[in-house]
Design a protein around this ligand. Structure first.
Ligand SMILES: *[C@@H]1O[C@H](CO)[C@@H](O)[C@H](O)[C@H]1NC(C)=O
Ligand SMILES: *[C@@H]1O[C@H](CO)[C@@H](O)[C@H](O)[C@H]1NC(C)=O
Ligand SMILES: *[C@@H]1O[C@H](CO)[C@@H](O)[C@H](O)[C@H]1NC(C)=O
Length: 471
């Protein structure tokens, strides 16, 4: 992938394409009984258009929840860091707090979820303004949050909550919200003996994917009909070992979610940022420039962990200012933001996460028209005033300029827009009145912001100007 140059000369939007000849149009039409069939090869799978809802949604909430939420210390990689890498803080934590011989499996029954109220979670997620949620159905520890047939005695029905957490959340999300429901699934498992055996055989044997990962994937799709499969954890094995293309061909051709499902790019060594659906490229990926392919910035509100950590300091949590900025930059550059929270072992969304989510929703209530359903504009950020980001709403041809610092002068200079005297109109989202502006030469404009008291500003984490009739 070749990223667009950082400071590319302003591009003109290309003229609309002429309508395709009738024959081509007919060929592209879905065949009776479903869309086109995809072949289990990347060339075919990668050509599948991404269902439109995903790009329009812009914001999702990621939920990392599992047995790692019981020690809730350091990281969701607790088991690996403690037993495999033997990192000192983890070893000491266990020595100080648990009896000798206590195993990771012994945390299973302590994953109790007694406060888990899926309706309350659904209401919080809805209030965040997010349009989708992605739950870790199974992380690298192998514990399934649903009662999997393929995860004997290491699933949430047999051990711990004795509840089907995936089903309960899916049901509440669908009953109470219009969020799309997605599932994260780890291909590999750190300590699964079958995986370790295959790894020893340099992945020439495929006992683990055929008896565990793949049956699980078919099981969650059939049972819960997730609209996102967020795959992760290739275990250094190629996609041929995982039979990722075979699974995806089924997912896109024959599964109950074939028309709406989206997937990411983590399907085996070398597939990230290259194959699959939207690109994630790396954790916390935020390139700062437009990408030619749909992408997602998956990041955490707790800067240092995906799973809940009791040892987190207030400072470790991003502020709402940080989060709004992340969302705006990401959306300007064509990405979606997937913002992670880690619930506790007893099923709570800690109030600090809840607060951040609700704050995001408050901001989006006012400025959401500059986010949802938008497309990148010809420029992503301004050339005159730093930290001004643009989005474009194809409906009505509106350009949005989003900024985070209210200028003391009361005027905002923009270098990119080409305003038309007598035609261009400027408003602050959430306010009706038209703002005065003057053109600055051939390009650029100086906008007089409304004189508002702090009280009249709905929130102070960022504002969006709506520009109409603009080039
Ligand atoms: C979801 O809605 C259905 C139908 O209205 C209802 O039967 C079911 O009890 C609801 N489930 C939850 C968990 O609220
Ligand atoms: C891969 O998956 C497809 C679809 O389920 C199946 O037809 C094919 O036999 C599988 N290939 C291997 C090598 O397991
Ligand atoms: C705008 O984007 C360019 C390229 O990423 C960058 O060099 C510049 O600092 C950005 N300005 C901001 C963040 O305001």
């Amino acid at each position: 992938m070749s990223p667009a140059p950082a400071r590319a000369a302003p591009l003109r939007l290309p003229p609309p394409l002429p309508p395709p000849p009738l024959l081509l149009l007919l060929l592209a039409l879905p065949l009776a009984g479903g869309g086109p069939r995809y072949e289990p090869i990347w060339q075919s799978l990668d050509a599948r258009p991404l269902p439109a809802w995903f790009d329009e949604a812009k914001l999702g909430v990621f939920i990392h929840w599992g047995v790692f939420s019981v020690p809730s210390f350091g990281s969701e990689w607790f088991w690996w860091y403690w037993q495999k890498e033997k990192r000192e803080p983890y070893v000491k934590f266990m020595e100080a707090n648990y009896p000798p011989g206590f195993s990771y499996e012994d945390f299973g029954p302590l994953f109790t979820a007694e406060f888990f109220d899926p309706n309350q979670w659904a209401d919080i997620l809805k209030a965040s303004g997010a349009k989708y949620v992605v739950l870790t159905s199974k992380h690298h520890e192998g514990f399934t949050l649903w009662g999997s047939k393929y995860s004997w005695n290491w699933n949430a029905i047999d051990v711990g909550p004795k509840r089907d957490l995936v089903d309960e959340l899916a049901t509440s999300i669908r009953n109470r919200t219009d969020l799309h429901f997605g599932l994260y699934h780890s291909l590999f498992e750190w300590f699964n003996p079958l995986f370790l055996e295959d790894a020893t055989n340099v992945f020439k044997t495929r006992k683990f994917p055929t008896s565990k990962s793949l049956p699980e994937l078919y099981e969650i799709v059939t049972k819960y009909q997730p609209e996102i499969i967020w795959s992760d954890g290739n275990g250094n094995a190629p996609d041929t070992y995982w039979n990722s293309t075979g699974f995806l061909a089924w997912l896109y051709n024959d599964s109950p979610v074939r028309d709406t499902v989206v997937t990411n790019d983590r399907w085996g060594v070398g597939s990230i940022c290259k194959h699959g659906g939207f690109y994630t490229c790396s954790d916390r990926y935020n390139p700062g420039h437009l990408l030619p392919h749909k992408w997602e910035n998956c990041m955490t509100i707790d800067k240092r962990s995906w799973g809940y950590r009791r040892d987190a300091k207030l400072d470790d949590y991003l502020t709402i200012e940080d989060l709004v900025k992340q969302l705006v930059e990401t959306v300007s550059c064509g990405g979606n933001l997937l913002m992670n929270i880690g619930p506790t072992h007893d099923g709570r969304i800690a109030v600090i996460f809840e607060e951040r989510l609700r704050q995001m929703g408050t901001w989006l209530k006012v400025s959401g028209e500059a986010i949802y359903g938008t497309k990148p504009w010809r420029a992503q950020n301004d050339t005159v005033t730093p930290e001004v980001w643009y989005t474009f709403s194809p409906k009505g041809g509106k350009v949005y300029a989003i900024f985070f610092n209210w200028p003391i002068s009361g005027t905002l200079a923009l270098g990119e827009p080409q305003a038309k005297v007598g035609e261009t109109e400027v408003r602050l989202t959430g306010h009706k009145e038209l703002l005065k502006w003057v053109a600055l030469g051939e390009k650029g404009m100086l906008i007089a912001l409304p004189q508002l008291s702090l009280k009249q500003l709905p929130c102070q984490w960022g504002w969006a100007l709506q520009l109409t009739n603009i080039n």
